[in-house]
Structure formats: structure tokens, C-alpha cells
Design a protein around this ligand. Structure first.
Ligand SMILES: C[S@@+](CC[C@H](N)C(=O)[O-])C[C@H]1O[C@@H](n2cnc3c(N)ncnc32)[C@H](O)[C@@H]1O
Length: 205
């Protein structure tokens, strides 16, 4: 059954096939919007966009194009509908597919938003109301976060920033040993503990 939910000034539609929009994630939109103010010109990439609300709210008051990527057809349909309702469908492209292959080799994005599943597989039973594909991050909860980092590594424009969401600061510490950080191509600039998750700003190293 389709539900409607206020997300900042937006009205977001979704149903039980996608993750229910979490109010606190407006903080990710706000941080990305803040970074957009000084980032080089160009489009914003949102990985694991679900119903699209985080990215849509982030770009709402800018004129930047937004590219949303999600593997779920239902999520993509809602992201498109939510872009229309937000009045910005003319600058929103929704790509249905796995993020590992959805971005073309020559594309660069000055701002990347990423909201991968981050619940360790063994703990997903604690959230029976959530679609498994939206929350299951594999053994340590970081399988899709690592894939997002690989996309950031390849497609973050010089001078740009990414805002990645994970579950805990301990997960940030684990990610810090990924090659893109260890080899200095990417750097963690700031970590913010939010109400029910953690946001990480990542720049080029
Ligand atoms: C934690 S949910 C976030 C959705 C939305 N941003 C939100 O706040 O509700 C993760 C999303 O990632 C998508 N997803 C999982 N693995 C993916 C992959 N490999 N490529 C693209 N999307 C993926 C799921 O379909 C789901 O919509």
C-alpha cells in the first residue's frame, strides 16, 4: 500500500517494498547541500537512493542535476514519482541497476551521496519490517559500502566530496583500512554521529 511521508518540504511516496524513509537522514541531505555550495560545478550522484528522498532534498534548492542509482525497480519507480512531485524531474535521472555497473567510465561527480545497506547479515532479523535487500550489508555490514567506496574512488571529481552513511563509528574504522584510504586516494575528513547512524565526509586524499 502506498504511503505518504513528509521529508523536509517534500512529500515522499513509498511502500513496503522499499525502506521506510528515516527522518534523521535529512541530516545527510543537509550535509550534502552544504558541500554543494563550494564543490565544483556538476551533477550529484546518489548511490542506493531508494525512494530518492535524501538526494532530492539535497539538490532541491540548488540547480544541480541528480543521478539516482538503485537496484530495486520499485525504489526507482518511487524515486521518479518523488522527483516529479518535488518539481525537479527535469534534472533527475534514475538508473535502475547495481551501483557497481551503473556509472559510466567517463563520468565524474563533484558530490556523491551513498546510503548502502549497513546491517550485519546476522542482525537483519531484528528488522523484520525492512526489505532484506535494503538492509543486509553482508558479514560485517560493509559489503555494499565497500562497493560505494570503489565508485567514489573512480568517480569523485577533484575538489569534490562524498557523504557516506554507515551504522557505527566502528564500521568507519574498519573501512579506513580499505585500499582507497590506505593508499591515500581518498581521505576521511569528518565523521558525524547522528541519531540512528553515522555520516562520513570523504574527499580526495
Ligand atoms: C539502506 S537502503 C537506502 C535507501 C534510501 N536511501 C533510504 O534512506 O531509504 C539501501 C538501498 O540500496 C539498494 N541496494 C542494495 N545493494 C545495491 C547495489 N549493489 N546496487 C544498487 N543498489 C543497491 C537497495 O535496493 C536499497 O534501496
Amino acid at each position: 500500500m502506498t504511503e505518504h511521508l513528509a521529508f523536509g518540504p517534500l512529500t515522499i511516496v513509498f511502500d513496503e517494498r522499499v525502506l521506510r524513509p528515516r527522518e534523521w537522514t535529512a541530516a545527510q541531505s543537509a550535509w550534502a547541500a552544504e558541500l554543494m555550495a563550494t564543490a565544483p560545478p556538476g551533477p550529484v550522484l546518489e548511490l542506493c537512493s531508494g525512494a530518492g528522498h535524501i538526494g532530492l532534498l539535497a539538490v532541491l534548492v540548488s540547480s544541480r542535476p541528480l543521478v539516482c542509482v538503485d537496484a530495486s525497480a520499485a525504489a526507482c519507480d518511487y524515486a521518479r514519482a518523488n522527483a516529479v512531485a518535488a518539481g525537479i524531474a527535469d534534472r533527475v535521472e534514475v538508473r535502475e541497476g547495481r551501483l557497481e555497473t551503473a556509472v559510466r567510465d567517463d563520468e565524474l561527480f563533484p558530490v556523491v551521496i551513498a546510503d548502502p545497506p549497513w546491517v550485519p547479515a546476522a542482525d537483519t532479523g531484528r528488522f523484520p519490517e525492512d526489505p532484506l535487500t535494503a538492509i543486509d550489508g553482508g558479514a560485517d555490514g560493509l559489503d555494499v559500502a565497500r562497493a560505494c567506496l570503489a565508485v567514489v574512488d573512480r568517480h569523485l571529481a577533484p575538489g569534490g566530496s562524498a557523504v557516506l552513511q554507515v551504522g557505527t563509528t566502528a564500521q568507519v574504522d574498519v573501512l579506513a583500512s580499505e585500499p582507497s584510504f590506505a593508499e591515500g586516494r581518498l581521505a576521511v575528513v569528518e565523521v558525524r554521529q547522528e541519531e540512528r547512524g553515522v555520516l562520513v565526509r570523504i574527499d580526495r586524499g
